[in-house]
Ligand binder design. Structure first.
Ligand code: COA
Length: 328
C-alpha cells in the first residue's frame, strides 16, 4: 500500500430503515396489564416500530445500508468489508452479512457480529481498525434487528420495550481521524440477567416449554448499565484524547430513557449536549438503536457535521463498547 494514503478512519455516511408500522402503548396494553402512563414514565417509550412479515432483516439491513452508501457517496463496489451486527438472524447458517453483501451486488468479505445491543459499536471498532490498517478502504457497518420475533408479547416485563429496525454507517479512509479507539469488554459472569428462555436446545428437547423469548431481570440490567457504563463512556473519551466537555452529542444505546438520564447525570453532561431520545418513538432496537438515533439527530439538524459524538452500546452477554466519532 502506498505510504501517502491517509491512515485515519471516519464515518462518511449514515442510513436508516424504520418499519412504517407504528405501535403505540395503547396497542401494547391490549396484550399486557399495563398503561400508557406506566410505560412512558418507566421507559420513555410512547410508540415503537414493528416490522411486517415481509420486512425481513434482509430488507431492513439492505435498506439502511443503501441509505448510508448514498449518504457517503460510496458505491458498493468500493467496499472492502460488510459487517452486520444482529442477535435476531433466524438463518445463521447463511449469515445476514453475506446476504446483505449479495443484495448490494458485491462479493466482498462479509461478517455477522453478535454482540447484542453493543454489536454496532463493536462493528464500528472493527471497521475503524480495518480501514486504518489498510485492509479495506471502505467498510459498511449495519445493525439490524427484528426483536419482535423473540419477544413474548404477553410478558409485561419486556413486551413494551423491544422493537424492529436497522441503521448503518459507511466508514472510510480520511485525512483526519473521525473515529476514536473503541473501549470494549464483556462481563459474562453477570450474563444471566438477560437471555432467551428457554434456549433453543431446551425448546428442541421439550417444545412444551414454549417458544424461546427474551427474559430480562430489568432492575439488575438497569443497575449494571447505570453504574458501569458512565465509566466506559469516560474511558472512550480519554482514548480519543478528548474530555467530556468536548462532547457535542451523546448517543447511548436506546435501551431505556431512564438509563440514558442516569448516565447523563453520572457524567455531568451540560444541558448544551444534545442527547439522543429516539427511544420515544423507536423503542429498543438493540444493535440498530445507535445508528438510528444518530440518523434522526442529523435529519433534524440537532447533530451537525463536525460535531463530536460519544457513542456507547451495552446489553445482553453482558457486553459493552464505546467510541467518540465526528458526525459526517
Ligand atoms: N406495566 C405496569 N406495571 C408493571 C409492568 C408493566 N409493564 N411491569 C412491572 N410492573 C409493576 C410490577 O408488578 C411492580 O409492581 P409492585 O411494585 O406492585 O410489585 C412494579 O411495576 C415495579 O416492577 P419492576 O419490575 O421492579 O419495575 P421497574 O421499576 O424496575 O421497571 C423496567 C421495569 C423494565 C422498566 C426497568 O427495570 C428497566 O428499565 N430496566 C432496564 C431494562 C432495559 O433497559 N433493558 C434493555 C437492555 S439492552
Amino acid at each position: 500500500m502506498s505510504q501517502n494514503l491517509p491512515r485515519g478512519a471516519a464515518v462518511l455516511g449514515v442510513g436508516a430503515y424504520r418499519p412504517p408500522r407504528v405501535v403505540d402503548n395503547e396497542e401494547i396494553c391490549r396484550s399486557i396489564d399495563s398503561s400508557d402512563e406506566w410505560i412512558r414514565t418507566r421507559s420513555g417509550i410512547t410508540s415503537r416500530r414493528w416490522a411486517e412479515d415481509d420486512e425481513t432483516l434482509d430488507v431492513m439491513a439492505t435498506g439502511a445500508a443503501t441509505g448510508a452508501l448514498a449518504d457517503a457517496g460510496v458505491d458498493p463496489a468500493a467496499l472492502g468489508m460488510v459487517l452486520v451486527a444482529t442477535c435476531t438472524d433466524p438463518q445463521p447458517v447463511r449469515p445476514l452479512a453475506v446476504r446483505v453483501a449479495a443484495a448490494l451486488g458485491t462479493e466482498v468479505p462479509a461478517l455477522t457480529i453478535n454482540a447484542t445491543c453493543a454489536g454496532f459499536c463493536y462493528g464500528l471498532g472493527v471497521a475503524r481498525d480495518l480501514v486504518r490498517a489498510g485492509t479495506a478502504e471502505h467498510v459498511l457497518v449495519v445493525g439490524a434487528e427484528r426483536l419482535t420475533d423473540i419477544t413474548d408479547h404477553q410478558d409485561r416485563a419486556t413486551a413494551f420495550i423491544f422493537a424492529d429496525g436497522s441503521g448503518a454507517f459507511v466508514v472510510g479512509r480520511a485525512e483526519e481521524e473521525g473515529v476514536g479507539p473503541v473501549v470494549w469488554g464483556s462481563d459474562g459472569a453477570r450474563g444471566e440477567v438477560l437471555g432467551l428462555a428457554p434456549d433453543w436446545a431446551a425448546f428442541r428437547r421439550d417444545p412444551a416449554l414454549g417458544r424461546p423469548a427474551i427474559e430480562m431481570q430489568g432492575r439488575r440490567v438497569f443497575k449494571w448499565a447505570a453504574e458501569q457504563m458512565p465509566k466506559v463512556a469516560e474511558a472512550a473519551c480519554k482514548a480519543a484524547g478528548v474530555t467530556l466537555a468536548d462532547v457535542d452529542v451523546f448517543v447511548p444505546h436506546q435501551a431505556n430513557q431512564r438509563i440514558t438520564e442516569a448516565m447523563v447525570k453520572a457524567l455531568q453532561l451540560p444541558a448544551s449536549v444534545v442527547v439522543a431520545d429516539d427511544i420515544a418513538t423507536a423503542g429498543n432496537t438493540s444493535s440498530a438503536s445507535i445508528p438510528l438515533a444518530l440518523h434522526r439527530l442529523r435529519t433534524e439538524g440537532r447533530a451537525r457535521p463536525g460535531d463530536r459524538a460519544l457513542l456507547i452500546g451495552f446489553g445482553g452477554g453482558l457486553v459493552y463498547a464505546a467510541q467518540v466519532i465526528t458526525v459526517p
